[in-house]
Structure formats: structure tokens, C-alpha cells
Design a protein around this ligand. Structure first.
Ligand code: NAD
Ligand code: MN
Length: 364
């Protein structure tokens, strides 16, 4: 029997509610399997930790995670601490420290979800967005000078390396190749950003030659927002820079019905370090501590975690459990227009897992 070592980092706000819920459903799956078990270790890093010690996580925090098989993360963001401190002090520290350069964000309209696009069928929206997760606009390069004086200056430099662009585009072409449509849309802005984005375009042409069976097209990021709304079925796999994909994936999540559903994986495709799985939403200050958070984004992230570990039977059962729950309006949380609680949704997923225990045993 394989024992997977999982680090849980709830972080702040509703992260403290959805990550324990995610751990519960993973435990429910492991309980039904003779093939694998989990060994969870929880880390109390985040805003409260910062208030006590002045840092979001300890200096040697990455070493505590290094030997884990995966990380389940909640959210970094506290109403009383500046967002750039919480984000850079925890989530980005892990993403960048472990070179999790591919951020993968699947989007589908799940059964029973009332999505805002009225002119398309739910099946028309089936996307995976690949976000460059290690450099670009969020490379952290820049600075401020003359602070507080009239001549104050500030820069954020978007830094793109050939190696960084090649590896993310190669990852995206490979992912597109593994999906039925075998189609990739490369998002760019090379009309206005005439250095790094032009290199990005050139590298796309170069990498595409390695994947003759994948069709691809190029779209400017602003036009891409309109295309997502007007012609969702024309898109399948999408790759974009750190900032562009950050924005497009929130749009994708909203078009699929709610930010509370959308999952993401921060992958080190070379598996040198643990990868990290998290819902795409943040701390949700307006509902935190009330038991109202939708845990589905975390559960779907747990599906991606299981797939990453190769526990495909368990991943399939959990995804079926999620779809079973979303199909039932009585189990919709407030963000979906319902009144179910985090605990009720979690209970329903766990009991579906219990009822389908035999399927968890199936070979991958
Ligand atoms: P948010 O995702 O926290 O909330 C946006 C809206 O969506 C809120 O109305 C919220 O109630 C709702 N919502 C989000 N997730 C939900 C869920 N699971 N169930 C029900 N409703 C849900 O975004 P924000 O308000 O822009 O950010 C709040 C804080 O979270 C900030 O500090 C921000 O920096 C941080 N944040 C962190 C991450 C991360 O750690 N990955 C991501 C986004 C935002
Ligand atoms: Mn974001």
C-alpha cells in the first residue's frame, strides 16, 4: 500500500474552511482503497502566523514541504495585511521556490450549474487554461525610488526568458495533444508589447513544429475575452502569460458559474519538487467563518491532485461525486444561488464516495 504524504496549508479566510473539507473527502477516498493511504501534515501559515511572528511562513518552510508528494492550499489574503505581503510571503514563495511553472486551470460548466452564457450549450465551454507561473509580469523585478517625494518612481518589469517561454509553450502543446480536440490557442499582446510578446510569438511558431498533430491559433488577449463570451466552443486549450492568464481564468470561472467551483494546479512538470493544488478563489472576507464557502473548487483541485499522483480511479470517483452534488440544487451553496453549507456539501460528497466504494478499488 502506497502512503502519499500531503501537506495542507489552509492559509486565511475561507481557506480554513475549504481545506479541511478537502482533507475529509480525500480521507473518505483513501478509507475505501487498499492501494493508497494519506499522511497529512497541516501547516498553520498565513495571516495569523504573520501577526505572531512577522512572516507568513518560516524561513525554512520550503524544507518542511520538500519531501511531500503534494500540497493542498487554501488562500493567502487577510483583511488587515497588505495583499502583496500575503501573496508574496506565502503562495508565490512556494510556487517560485518549487519552480511550479505550469499553472493549469480546467473550466467546464458542471451539471446543474446556471451559467451566465445563454447562447451556448454547457458542452460548448470545455477549456483548460495554462498559465505561465514563474516569470513574466509577476517576476517581481522592479523597484521604487524617491518614495513619498513628488519625483517618486515605480516600475514592474515583465521579464520573459527564452527557457521559460519554451517550457510553458511545450507544456501547453503537450496538454493540447492529450485532449480530444488537439487544439491550442496562444494568447498574446504583441501588437502593444513589442519585445517580450514578440519573442513569445516567435517561440510559439518554433515549438508548434514539434507538435504537427496539434492545430493552433493566436489571439490577442483583449480579443480573447470577447471570443470566450461569443464563441466559447472555438476554444479548447489556452496558454497565456502570468498576468493575462490570471485575468482570463477568473473570467472563465465566472462564465462557468462561480469562482467557488474553479480549481487549479501549480505543477512542477519535471517532478523535482511537490506540486500545489488550490481553488482559484481567495479568502472571501465577506463570507469567512460562516460555513458558507463553496468547497467544490477545493474538491476539484483534489481531483487534480489525485490525477497527479496517478490515483486515477479515486480521481474519477471524486469528480463523479462533485457532478452528482452540483446536479442537485438543494446542495448548492449561496454563490450558486442556494442555501447549502460547506458541511452539507462535504457530507454529500463523502457519502457518494462511500456508496461507490467499489469503484475506488478499480485499477487506474
Ligand atoms: P475572493 O475570491 O476572495 O472573493 C471574490 C468573491 O467571490 C467574494 O464575494 C466571495 O465571497 C466569493 N467567493 C470566492 N470564493 C468563494 C467560495 N468558495 N464560495 C462562495 N463564494 C466565494 O477574491 P477577492 O475578494 O479579490 O480577494 C480577497 C482576498 O483573497 C485578498 O486578500 C486577495 O489577495 C486574496 N486572494 C488570494 C488568492 C490565493 O491565495 N490564491 C487568490 C485570490 C485572492
Ligand atoms: Mn487570480
Amino acid at each position: 500500500m502506497k502512503t502519499w504524504r500531503i501537506a495542507t496549508i489552509p492559509g486565511d479566510g475561507i481557506g480554513k474552511e475549504v481545506v479541511p473539507a478537502g482533507q475529509r473527502v480525500l480521507e473518505a477516498l483513501a478509507q475505501r482503497s487498499d492501494a493508497f493511504a494519506f499522511e497529512f501534515e497541516n501547516f498553520d501559515w498565513g495571516g495569523d502566523y504573520y501577526r505572531q511572528r512577522g512572516v507568513m511562513m518560516p524561513a525554512d518552510g520550503l524544507d518542511a514541504l520538500r519531501n511531500k508528494d503534494a500540497i493542498l492550499f487554501g488562500s493567502a489574503g487577510d483583511p488587515h495585511i497588505a495583499d502583496h505581503i500575503t501573496l508574496w510571503g506565502l503562495r508565490l514563495k512556494i510556487c517560485q521556490g518549487f519552480d511550479q511553472y505550469a499553472n493549469v486551470r480546467p473550466t467546464r460548466i458542471l451539471p446543474g450549474i446556471d451559467a451566465p452564457l445563454k447562447r451556448c450549450a454547457p458542452a460548448d465551454l470545455d477549456w483548460v487554461i495554462v498559465r505561465e507561473n514563474s516569470e513574466g509580469e509577476y517576476s517581481g523585478v522592479g523597484g521604487r525610488a524617491h518614495q513619498g517625494h513628488p519625483i517618486e518612481v515605480a516600475t514592474d518589469v515583465s521579464m520573459m526568458t527564452r527557457a521559460g517561454v519554451e517550457r510553458i509553450l511545450r507544456f501547453a502543446f503537450r496538454l493540447a495533444q492529450s485532449r480530444p480536440r488537439k487544439h491550442l490557442t496562444v494568447i498574446t499582446k504583441s501588437n502593444a508589447q513589442r519585445h517580450a510578446m514578440v519573442m513569445w510569438d516567435e517561440i510559439a511558431v518554433q515549438i508548434s513544429k514539434e507538435f504537427p498533430d496539434v492545430s493552433w491559433d493566436k489571439e490577442l488577449v483583449d480579443a480573447a475575452t470577447a471570443r470566450m463570451v461569443n464563441r466559447p466552443a472555438s476554444l479548447d486549450t489556452i496558454v497565456a502569460t502570468n498576468l493575462h492568464a490570471d485575468i482570463l481564468s477568473d473570467l472563465a470561472a465566472a462564465l462557468a458559474g462561480s469562482l467557488g467551483i474553479a480549481p487549479t494546479a501549480n505543477l512542477d512538470p519535471e517532478r523535482r519538487y511537490p506540486s500545489m493544488f488550490e481553488p482559484i478563489h481567495g479568502s472571501a472576507f465577506d463570507i469567512m467563518g460562516k460555513g458558507l464557502a463553496n468547497p467544490i473548487g477545493t474538491f476539484w483541485s483534489a481531483v487534480m491532485l489525485l490525477e497527479h499522483l496517478g490515483e486515477n480511479a479515486a480521481a474519477r470517483v471524486l469528480m463523479a461525486a462533485i457532478e452528482h452534488v452540483t446536479a442537485n440544487p438543494a446542495l448548492h451553496t449561496r454563490d450558486l444561488g442556494g442555501s447549502a453549507t460547506t458541511a452539507q456539501v462535504t457530507d454529500a460528497v463523502c457519502s457518494y464516495v462511500a456508496q461507490h466504494a467499489a469503484l475506488v478499488q478499480q485499477a487506474a
